[in-house]
Design a protein around this ligand. Structure first.
Ligand SMILES: [Zn+2]
Length: 327
Protein backbone atom coordinates (compact mmCIF):
# COMPACT_ATOMS: atom_id res chain seq x y z
CA UNK A 1 0.00 0.00 0.00
CA UNK A 2 1.63 3.26 -0.99
CA UNK A 3 2.02 5.44 2.02
CA UNK A 4 1.18 9.06 2.16
CA UNK A 5 4.01 11.51 1.96
CA UNK A 6 3.13 12.87 5.39
CA UNK A 7 3.46 9.78 7.49
CA UNK A 8 5.98 7.51 9.15
CA UNK A 9 6.52 4.12 7.46
CA UNK A 10 3.38 2.08 7.76
CA UNK A 11 2.09 -0.84 5.73
CA UNK A 12 -1.05 -2.92 6.17
CA UNK A 13 1.16 -5.98 6.69
CA UNK A 14 3.06 -4.43 9.56
CA UNK A 15 2.96 -6.23 12.91
CA UNK A 16 -0.05 -5.80 15.18
CA UNK A 17 1.75 -3.72 17.77
CA UNK A 18 2.86 -1.06 15.34
CA UNK A 19 -0.50 -1.13 13.59
CA UNK A 20 -2.23 -0.27 16.85
CA UNK A 21 0.27 2.48 17.52
CA UNK A 22 -0.42 4.00 14.12
CA UNK A 23 -4.15 3.75 14.65
CA UNK A 24 -3.65 5.75 17.83
CA UNK A 25 -1.66 8.39 16.00
CA UNK A 26 -4.50 10.88 15.64
CA UNK A 27 -5.57 10.27 19.20
CA UNK A 28 -2.05 11.06 20.37
CA UNK A 29 -1.96 14.21 18.29
CA UNK A 30 -4.80 15.50 20.43
CA UNK A 31 -2.42 15.03 23.38
CA UNK A 32 0.23 17.06 21.49
CA UNK A 33 2.28 13.93 20.84
CA UNK A 34 3.47 13.59 17.28
CA UNK A 35 4.66 10.08 16.54
CA UNK A 36 6.32 11.32 13.35
CA UNK A 37 8.74 13.36 15.41
CA UNK A 38 9.53 10.46 17.75
CA UNK A 39 10.87 8.21 15.02
CA UNK A 40 14.09 9.25 13.35
CA UNK A 41 15.88 7.55 10.51
CA UNK A 42 19.57 6.70 10.88
CA UNK A 43 20.74 6.72 7.28
CA UNK A 44 23.14 3.96 6.30
CA UNK A 45 22.70 3.05 2.65
CA UNK A 46 19.93 5.61 2.18
CA UNK A 47 17.68 3.34 0.16
CA UNK A 48 14.80 3.05 2.64
CA UNK A 49 14.45 6.44 4.24
CA UNK A 50 12.48 9.12 2.45
CA UNK A 51 14.50 12.24 1.70
CA UNK A 52 11.63 14.68 2.23
CA UNK A 53 8.95 12.86 4.19
CA UNK A 54 10.92 11.04 6.84
CA UNK A 55 12.59 12.54 9.85
CA UNK A 56 16.33 11.87 9.59
CA UNK A 57 18.76 14.81 9.43
CA UNK A 58 16.61 17.12 11.56
CA UNK A 59 14.08 16.32 14.25
CA UNK A 60 11.33 16.93 11.73
CA UNK A 61 11.01 16.11 8.00
CA UNK A 62 12.86 18.18 5.44
CA UNK A 63 9.59 18.88 3.64
CA UNK A 64 8.55 20.89 6.72
CA UNK A 65 11.89 22.65 7.01
CA UNK A 66 12.15 23.50 3.29
CA UNK A 67 8.58 23.57 1.93
CA UNK A 68 9.41 25.65 -1.16
CA UNK A 69 12.06 23.17 -2.31
CA UNK A 70 9.82 20.23 -1.48
CA UNK A 71 7.11 21.72 -3.70
CA UNK A 72 9.60 21.89 -6.56
CA UNK A 73 10.80 18.29 -6.35
CA UNK A 74 9.37 16.14 -9.13
CA UNK A 75 9.60 13.00 -7.00
CA UNK A 76 8.35 13.73 -3.53
CA UNK A 77 8.74 10.11 -2.41
CA UNK A 78 12.40 9.96 -3.31
CA UNK A 79 14.82 8.23 -0.96
CA UNK A 80 17.87 9.83 0.58
CA UNK A 81 20.15 7.94 -1.81
CA UNK A 82 18.31 9.41 -4.80
CA UNK A 83 19.23 12.93 -3.74
CA UNK A 84 22.53 12.59 -1.92
CA UNK A 85 25.67 10.66 -2.66
CA UNK A 86 28.47 10.38 -0.14
CA UNK A 87 31.91 8.94 -0.09
CA UNK A 88 33.84 9.82 3.01
CA UNK A 89 33.62 13.58 3.55
CA UNK A 90 32.55 14.25 -0.04
CA UNK A 91 28.85 14.82 -0.73
CA UNK A 92 27.25 14.98 -4.18
CA UNK A 93 23.72 16.06 -5.12
CA UNK A 94 21.13 14.72 -7.58
CA UNK A 95 18.14 17.02 -7.88
CA UNK A 96 14.97 16.55 -9.97
CA UNK A 97 13.41 19.97 -9.92
CA UNK A 98 10.20 20.60 -11.84
CA UNK A 99 11.84 23.80 -13.04
CA UNK A 100 15.05 25.70 -12.46
CA UNK A 101 15.33 27.44 -9.11
CA UNK A 102 14.38 31.09 -9.32
CA UNK A 103 15.44 33.95 -7.16
CA UNK A 104 17.62 34.37 -4.14
CA UNK A 105 15.09 32.87 -1.70
CA UNK A 106 15.04 29.44 -3.36
CA UNK A 107 18.80 29.46 -3.86
CA UNK A 108 19.29 30.39 -0.23
CA UNK A 109 17.02 27.57 0.92
CA UNK A 110 18.97 25.12 -1.21
CA UNK A 111 22.21 26.35 0.32
CA UNK A 112 20.80 25.90 3.82
CA UNK A 113 19.59 22.42 2.93
CA UNK A 114 23.05 21.46 1.69
CA UNK A 115 24.65 22.78 4.87
CA UNK A 116 22.27 20.80 7.05
CA UNK A 117 22.92 17.58 5.16
CA UNK A 118 26.63 18.33 4.81
CA UNK A 119 27.01 18.04 8.58
CA UNK A 120 25.18 14.71 8.76
CA UNK A 121 27.13 11.60 9.69
CA UNK A 122 26.00 8.88 7.30
CA UNK A 123 26.25 5.31 8.53
CA UNK A 124 27.88 2.43 6.76
CA UNK A 125 25.24 -0.29 7.16
CA UNK A 126 21.57 -0.42 6.26
CA UNK A 127 19.08 2.26 7.21
CA UNK A 128 17.61 2.02 10.70
CA UNK A 129 14.79 3.61 12.64
CA UNK A 130 15.54 5.08 16.02
CA UNK A 131 12.88 5.69 18.67
CA UNK A 132 13.58 9.09 20.23
CA UNK A 133 11.33 8.43 23.19
CA UNK A 134 14.04 6.45 24.96
CA UNK A 135 17.79 6.84 25.38
CA UNK A 136 18.31 3.30 24.06
CA UNK A 137 16.73 4.26 20.74
CA UNK A 138 14.44 1.25 21.01
CA UNK A 139 10.69 1.54 21.23
CA UNK A 140 8.99 0.31 24.39
CA UNK A 141 5.45 0.67 25.65
CA UNK A 142 6.90 2.04 28.88
CA UNK A 143 8.66 4.90 27.10
CA UNK A 144 5.54 5.90 25.16
CA UNK A 145 3.50 5.64 28.36
CA UNK A 146 5.93 8.03 30.02
CA UNK A 147 5.60 10.53 27.17
CA UNK A 148 1.81 10.37 27.27
CA UNK A 149 1.76 10.86 31.03
CA UNK A 150 4.27 13.69 30.79
CA UNK A 151 2.04 15.51 28.31
CA UNK A 152 -1.22 14.69 29.95
CA UNK A 153 -0.54 15.27 33.62
CA UNK A 154 -0.34 18.77 35.09
CA UNK A 155 3.22 20.06 35.01
CA UNK A 156 3.01 22.08 38.20
CA UNK A 157 2.78 19.03 40.40
CA UNK A 158 5.73 17.49 42.11
CA UNK A 159 6.19 13.82 41.29
CA UNK A 160 4.09 11.55 43.47
CA UNK A 161 6.05 9.69 46.07
CA UNK A 162 5.13 6.02 45.96
CA UNK A 163 5.75 5.07 49.58
CA UNK A 164 5.67 1.30 49.41
CA UNK A 165 4.53 0.85 53.01
CA UNK A 166 1.20 2.50 52.28
CA UNK A 167 -1.41 0.26 50.60
CA UNK A 168 -1.58 0.66 46.84
CA UNK A 169 -5.26 1.64 46.85
CA UNK A 170 -4.47 4.54 49.20
CA UNK A 171 -1.49 5.67 47.13
CA UNK A 172 -3.56 5.54 43.94
CA UNK A 173 -6.31 7.48 45.65
CA UNK A 174 -3.85 10.21 46.68
CA UNK A 175 -2.37 10.34 43.20
CA UNK A 176 -5.80 10.76 41.66
CA UNK A 177 -6.88 13.25 44.30
CA UNK A 178 -3.92 15.52 43.62
CA UNK A 179 -4.87 15.46 39.93
CA UNK A 180 -8.51 16.22 40.74
CA UNK A 181 -9.46 12.81 39.38
CA UNK A 182 -11.42 11.43 42.32
CA UNK A 183 -15.20 11.39 41.78
CA UNK A 184 -15.99 14.38 43.97
CA UNK A 185 -19.18 16.15 42.91
CA UNK A 186 -17.71 19.18 41.13
CA UNK A 187 -15.53 16.90 39.04
CA UNK A 188 -18.45 14.67 38.13
CA UNK A 189 -20.62 17.63 37.16
CA UNK A 190 -17.79 19.06 35.05
CA UNK A 191 -17.62 15.73 33.20
CA UNK A 192 -21.35 15.85 32.49
CA UNK A 193 -22.45 13.28 35.07
CA UNK A 194 -25.98 14.04 36.27
CA UNK A 195 -25.87 13.83 40.08
CA UNK A 196 -28.21 16.62 41.07
CA UNK A 197 -26.62 19.22 43.30
CA UNK A 198 -22.93 19.65 43.92
CA UNK A 199 -23.03 20.41 47.64
CA UNK A 200 -20.44 18.79 49.86
CA UNK A 201 -21.64 15.42 51.16
CA UNK A 202 -20.10 16.09 54.58
CA UNK A 203 -21.02 19.68 55.39
CA UNK A 204 -23.75 20.39 52.79
CA UNK A 205 -22.31 23.88 52.84
CA UNK A 206 -20.41 24.46 49.64
CA UNK A 207 -19.39 22.77 46.41
CA UNK A 208 -17.75 19.41 46.85
CA UNK A 209 -14.40 19.81 45.14
CA UNK A 210 -11.62 17.39 45.93
CA UNK A 211 -9.66 20.00 47.90
CA UNK A 212 -12.72 21.16 49.82
CA UNK A 213 -13.74 17.63 50.71
CA UNK A 214 -10.33 16.49 51.92
CA UNK A 215 -8.88 19.70 53.34
CA UNK A 216 -11.09 22.73 53.83
CA UNK A 217 -14.46 21.15 54.59
CA UNK A 218 -15.41 21.92 58.23
CA UNK A 219 -15.73 18.19 58.88
CA UNK A 220 -12.31 17.51 57.34
CA UNK A 221 -10.81 20.43 59.27
CA UNK A 222 -12.00 18.95 62.56
CA UNK A 223 -10.47 15.61 61.60
CA UNK A 224 -7.15 17.29 60.71
CA UNK A 225 -7.20 19.22 63.99
CA UNK A 226 -7.75 16.05 65.98
CA UNK A 227 -5.03 14.17 64.14
CA UNK A 228 -2.62 17.09 64.58
CA UNK A 229 -3.46 17.18 68.28
CA UNK A 230 -2.69 13.47 68.55
CA UNK A 231 0.64 14.03 66.77
CA UNK A 232 1.54 16.91 69.06
CA UNK A 233 1.76 19.49 66.27
CA UNK A 234 -0.30 22.56 65.58
CA UNK A 235 -1.10 21.80 61.96
CA UNK A 236 -0.81 18.89 59.55
CA UNK A 237 -2.78 19.93 56.50
CA UNK A 238 -2.21 22.82 54.09
CA UNK A 239 -4.35 24.80 51.68
CA UNK A 240 -4.15 22.03 49.11
CA UNK A 241 -3.13 18.43 48.73
CA UNK A 242 0.60 18.04 48.83
CA UNK A 243 3.05 15.40 47.82
CA UNK A 244 4.14 13.51 50.90
CA UNK A 245 7.79 13.94 49.95
CA UNK A 246 7.33 17.71 50.01
CA UNK A 247 5.60 17.47 53.36
CA UNK A 248 8.57 15.87 55.03
CA UNK A 249 11.54 17.23 53.08
CA UNK A 250 12.26 20.01 55.60
CA UNK A 251 11.24 17.98 58.58
CA UNK A 252 13.78 17.28 61.28
CA UNK A 253 13.67 13.70 62.47
CA UNK A 254 14.39 10.11 61.60
CA UNK A 255 13.29 8.48 58.38
CA UNK A 256 10.89 6.39 60.42
CA UNK A 257 9.22 9.53 61.72
CA UNK A 258 8.92 10.83 58.17
CA UNK A 259 7.43 7.50 57.15
CA UNK A 260 4.86 7.85 59.90
CA UNK A 261 4.06 11.42 58.86
CA UNK A 262 3.50 10.39 55.23
CA UNK A 263 1.29 7.52 56.28
CA UNK A 264 -0.76 9.67 58.65
CA UNK A 265 -1.27 12.33 55.98
CA UNK A 266 -2.43 9.85 53.35
CA UNK A 267 -4.56 7.88 55.79
CA UNK A 268 -6.35 11.02 56.97
CA UNK A 269 -7.33 11.90 53.40
CA UNK A 270 -8.30 8.30 52.69
CA UNK A 271 -10.56 7.86 55.73
CA UNK A 272 -12.24 11.24 55.21
CA UNK A 273 -13.03 10.02 51.70
CA UNK A 274 -14.38 6.69 52.98
CA UNK A 275 -16.52 8.51 55.56
CA UNK A 276 -17.99 10.58 52.77
CA UNK A 277 -18.73 7.45 50.73
CA UNK A 278 -20.27 5.70 53.73
CA UNK A 279 -22.60 8.63 54.24
CA UNK A 280 -23.66 8.75 50.59
CA UNK A 281 -23.92 5.07 49.76
CA UNK A 282 -24.62 3.40 53.13
CA UNK A 283 -26.38 6.19 55.02
CA UNK A 284 -23.84 5.95 57.85
CA UNK A 285 -23.51 9.19 59.84
CA UNK A 286 -20.05 10.68 59.81
CA UNK A 287 -18.17 11.17 63.07
CA UNK A 288 -14.86 12.97 63.44
CA UNK A 289 -13.54 10.69 66.18
CA UNK A 290 -14.43 7.61 64.15
CA UNK A 291 -12.24 8.83 61.27
CA UNK A 292 -9.39 9.76 63.64
CA UNK A 293 -9.54 6.31 65.27
CA UNK A 294 -9.34 4.63 61.88
CA UNK A 295 -6.29 6.70 60.98
CA UNK A 296 -4.59 5.67 64.21
CA UNK A 297 -5.39 1.97 63.88
CA UNK A 298 -4.60 1.55 60.20
CA UNK A 299 -1.40 3.60 60.14
CA UNK A 300 -0.25 1.55 63.13
CA UNK A 301 -0.86 -1.65 61.18
CA UNK A 302 0.78 -0.29 58.01
CA UNK A 303 3.90 0.77 59.84
CA UNK A 304 4.17 -2.37 61.91
CA UNK A 305 3.56 -4.83 59.10
CA UNK A 306 4.51 -3.05 55.90
CA UNK A 307 7.28 -0.75 57.10
CA UNK A 308 8.53 -3.47 59.44
CA UNK A 309 8.58 -1.26 62.51
CA UNK A 310 8.23 -4.32 64.70
CA UNK A 311 9.15 -2.47 67.87
CA UNK A 312 6.19 -0.15 67.53
CA UNK A 313 3.85 -0.78 70.47
CA UNK A 314 0.17 0.15 70.40
CA UNK A 315 0.14 1.92 73.78
CA UNK A 316 3.08 4.09 72.67
CA UNK A 317 1.47 4.73 69.31
CA UNK A 318 -1.67 6.03 71.01
CA UNK A 319 0.53 8.61 72.74
CA UNK A 320 2.45 9.33 69.58
CA UNK A 321 3.96 12.74 68.99
CA UNK A 322 6.35 14.08 66.40
CA UNK A 323 8.76 15.11 69.11
CA UNK A 324 8.75 11.73 70.79
CA UNK A 325 8.44 9.11 68.09
CA UNK A 326 8.10 5.74 69.82
CA UNK A 327 10.67 3.75 67.73
ZN1 LIG B 1 -17.75 20.14 53.17
Amino acid sequence: MPRKVQSIPFKASISAGWKQIMQSKMELLYESINLDSLLKGAVGCGSKIGFWADCWVLNYPLMDAFPALFALDANKRCKVRQRVGWSGPNVTWSWEWKRRLRGAAEEEQLQQLKEVIGNYEFGISSDKWVWLGDESGKYSVKSLRYIIDYNRLPSDLNPMSWCHWIPLKVRCFMWRARLDRIPAKTGLIARGVGIGGGSCSLCIGTDESHSHLLISCPFASRVWDKVAEWCGVSRLESNGLRDVKVITEDEVGSNKLKMAHCAIYMATCWYIWLARNDRIFNGIPVAVQNVVDKVKVHVFMWLKARAKLVDLAWHKWCNFSFSNFPV
